[in-house]
Design a protein around this ligand. Structure first.
Ligand SMILES: Cc1cc2nc3c(=O)[nH]c(=O)nc-3n(C[C@H](O)[C@H](O)[C@H](O)COP(=O)(O)OP(=O)(O)OC[C@H]3O[C@@H](n4cnc5c(N)ncnc54)[C@H](O)[C@@H]3O)c2cc1C
Length: 441
């Protein structure tokens, strides 16, 4: 948001300071001090003061590692050029902003369509830049399935973003980039947002156990393989509540919960790790996209027995001027009806709906629980039968075989291969607003 000028002053991005920590919590914070190594036998860490060059040691009874994650950079020609940036902290954003504000920088290539790439793209467009987004997969936001993500693709196109999918960056030149297909795009600045890897240098050097996902292994209380050393945040391997497998999740909410749980345990209070489900939200211009739990791709990869429904509902009573459609996809287990995941896109309060479903998932909720949820209602906030309740009703119809459904993915095959006739039973004006080519109303 600083890139677009919505947040004009980068200093306001710094939410706390060593002085605040000292005054409010009696905690001494040393910024610009880097921990170089851990001596697990002596229970000490070696530190260097990056400003003075002084090296010193500190002792510990318990040590908490929260070193975060490092942005990935591809090993391609030009990746280390001065006009190539990654975004991790305020210093990075400041550097990027200073560069893109230079008058000759009119074209920026953003590599990677995850939430950081999307946020950077939006803010650069708002700052008046021509932005090309290059993504090697078939879509942006892997937390959305390929059907529902098309709404974001459309939004990006409508906002003038040149979206290059299924293509990978191969070279960065002084004022353009080249991709695997051979095409090139102008770029006086390149932002790499291709993901992060856990920062495990200290842990590896100290001989702590690293998991199959590359994160630091922790137990139910966030203790590493050394019971005097805890680890939390982007650097650790987490337990996925739905797949029952280790995974990684670089998100702020889980990091906060883990930090609290580790601190509680150090102070003798028991708080067990409950695992993660993966909830995320991103704004892309006028659309909000959010997801929770598993995607359809993940359900398939896990060989789960599942089904899905799509609901397009109003986010508030349609007479309200700001009312807008919300596209929601719900995944549930067959035959139990346990909710596995959901995704939604729309200009309205998408995050609220995903938060409600996230709560249900974390509590092991089923479609019946979701149908019966008593949610707040007033015309400017929702509808009396909220899209969340409605999605559960539709899903129960499918689960209980009241209806069978043809999903969007099947329609093309039915029309092309089976010469099917589509009968569109919606109202005339709904049909007029948009329909499948060749459908009868
Ligand atoms: C641009 C951006 C936007 C984001 N937006 C969202 C969002 O909207 N929602 C969301 O849920 N998450 C978001 N995240 C992710 C979120 O910021 C992280 O999940 C969270 O900060 C993880 O906390 P952490 O403590 O593990 O790591 P960090 O917050 O990265 O903190 C790690 C710190 O440790 C320091 N460090 C590392 N090694 C050493 C060492 N050897 N000695 C001393 N210090 C060291 C690093 O310099 C860093 O300051 C965003 C991340 C980025 C980069």
């Amino acid at each position: 948001f600083h890139l677009s000028g919505i947040i004009p002053d980068s200093d306001s991005l710094i939410l706390s300071t060593p002085e605040i920590f000292a005054a409010r919590y009696n905690i001494e914070v040393r910024v610009r001090n880097e921990v170089l190594s851990i001596d697990r036998v002596a229970k000490t860490i070696a530190v260097t003061n990056l400003d003075t060059g002084e090296n010193y040691q500190e002792g510990y009874d318990f040590l908490v590692l929260s070193p975060g994650a490092v942005p990935l950079k591809p090993s391609i020609p030009g990746a280390d050029a001065p006009h190539v940036f990654t975004v991790r902290d305020v210093v990075d954003i400041d550097r990027l902003k200073k560069h893109v504000d230079l008058p000759h920088v009119t074209d920026v290539v953003v590599v990677g369509g995850g939430y950081i790439g999307l946020e950077v793209t939006e803010n650069l467009v708002l700052a008046g830049k021509n932005v090309t987004m290059v993504e090697m997969r078939d879509r942006v936001m892997m937390r959305l399935d390929s059907d529902i993500v098309q709404l974001l693709h459309r939004e990006l196109h409508d906002r003038g973003v040149q979206l290059v999918l299924n293509d990978a960056l191969t070279k960065v030149g002084p004022d353009s980039v080249t991709v695997a297909s051979g095409a090139s795009y102008p770029a006086q600045a390149v932002v790499m947002a291709i993901g992060v890897r856990p920062e495990t240098t200290l842990a590896v050097d100290a001989g702590l156990q690293i998991g199959t996902t590359g994160g630091i292994v922790v137990d139910g209380h966030y203790r590493t393989s050394d019971s005097s050393i805890y680890a939390v945040g982007d650097a650790i391997e987490v337990f996925n509540q739905l797949t029952h497998k280790p995974s990684r999740l670089a998100m702020a909410g889980p990091a906060q919960r883990q930090a609290r749980a580790a601190a509680d345990h150090i102070f003798g209070m028991s708080q067990r790790q409950t695992g993660v489900i993966g909830s995320a939200v991103v704004r892309v211009f006028e659309q909000t996209a959010a997801s929770t739990g598993l995607t359809e791709d993940e359900c398939r990869a896990e060989n789960m027995s599942f089904d899905k429904v799509y609901v397009i509902g109003e986010d508030m009573v349609s007479l309200m001027p700001e009312s807008a459609a919300m596209h929601l996809k719900l995944l549930f287990e067959v035959p139990t009806g346990r909710i596995l995941g959901a995704q939604a896109v729309g200009p309205g309060n998408v995050d609220k709906r995903m938060d409600v479903i996230a709560t249900l998932i974390m509590l092991g909720g089923t479609l019946e629980d979701m149908r019966d949820l008593e949610l707040c209602y007033s015309p400017m906030y929702s509808t009396a039968k909220d899209v969340v309740n409605n999605a559960a009703l539709v899903a129960l119809n499918i689960l209980n075989r009241v209806y069978s459904q043809v999903t969007i993915g099947d329609v093309r095959r039915l029309i092309v291969e089976d010469d099917a006739t589509i009968v569109d039973v919606r109202e005339e004006q709904e049909f007029a607003a948009g329909h499948i080519k060749g459908a009868l109303n």
